[in-house]
Design a protein around this ligand. Structure first.
Ligand code: SAM
Length: 227
């Protein structure tokens, strides 16, 4: 089972309507922080893509910062893209696409978002290379994800226990409980944020901002496509 299958099953709506809405994890604040950080770097951005947009949680926050932008939401989940279409009511495009192959021309995107996206890629390095390909020089990539934990102090361990307990509880009602097992596995086999930053730098991105949330359970990374 991979993320594409999970988010095309009834779990997709459970994710969006239940897990995502439970404020304990404060995920929308993390998204807002990412959006504001990115918007401050490119306030005039015209063409903006949200890759793995799901139902458009990031795009909705972004359009409040920059209402004139052309926003394209891309995702493989038909149920979540359906919610995005209803939500944006023509104010944004919604395209079904895999995160290894971005359906746009080279050097055409001012701002790219990937929230909880790269970790779900069947080939994260290819996703990084696609991000580089589609961004304009100086374009901004805003990433938010659960990276593998590399630093285990008491604070991180405590937050990890809270996070895993919350997600394990949500498993009780989840239509596909394997989806939560997938989440834990995908985090453990993903890069740590330090490793991911090194990959970005190795692919000619300049990393300009890194922020941790929930004591290091999640991170946002903002990178510029180098000149
Ligand atoms: C946890 S959700 C996050 C959605 C959204 N970014 C947000 O913050 O609410 C992960 C999203 O990644 C999408 N996804 C998973 N694998 C994908 C792939 N291979 N290509 C494109 N999207 C994918 C899922 O369909 C889902 O919408």
């Amino acid at each position: 089972m991979d993320a594409r299958e999970i988010f095309n099953s009834p779990f997709a709506l459970y994710y969006e309507k239940v897990i995502n809405r439970i404020s304990a994890l404060r995920v929308n604040r993390w998204r807002l922080n990412l959006v504001k950080g990115v918007a401050s770097l490119r306030p005039e951005a015209k063409f903006v893509m949200d890759f793995c947009s799901g139902a458009g949680n990031v795009g909705e926050l972004y359009l409040k910062e920059n209402p004139k932008a052309i926003l394209v939401n891309c995702d493989v989940s038909k149920p979540l893209l359906g919610l995005a279409k209803d939500r944006f009511k023509g104010r944004a495009y919604c395209v079904c696409a895999d995160n290894r192959f971005f359906p746009v021309k080279d050097s055409s995107v001012d701002v790219l978002f990937s929230s909880f996206c790269v970790r779900n890629s069947l080939n994260p390095i290819l996703t990084v290379k696609e991000a580089f390909r589609v961004l304009k020089e100086g374009g901004v990539w805003g990433i938010l994800d659960f990276f593998r934990i590399s630093r285990r102090d008491i604070f991180v361990i405590a937050n990890d226990v809270i996070f895993k307990s919350f997600m394990s509880m949500s498993k009780l009602l989840a239509p596909r409980s394997e989806a939560i097992d997938y989440l834990f596995k995908s985090i453990d086999s993903f890069y740590s944020v330090e490793e991911f930053i090194a990959i970005l730098k190795g692919n000619n991105f300049d990393v300009v901002k890194v922020r941790s949330f929930m004591g290091g359970i999640a991170h946002s990374v903002i990178a510029l496509k180098g000149y």
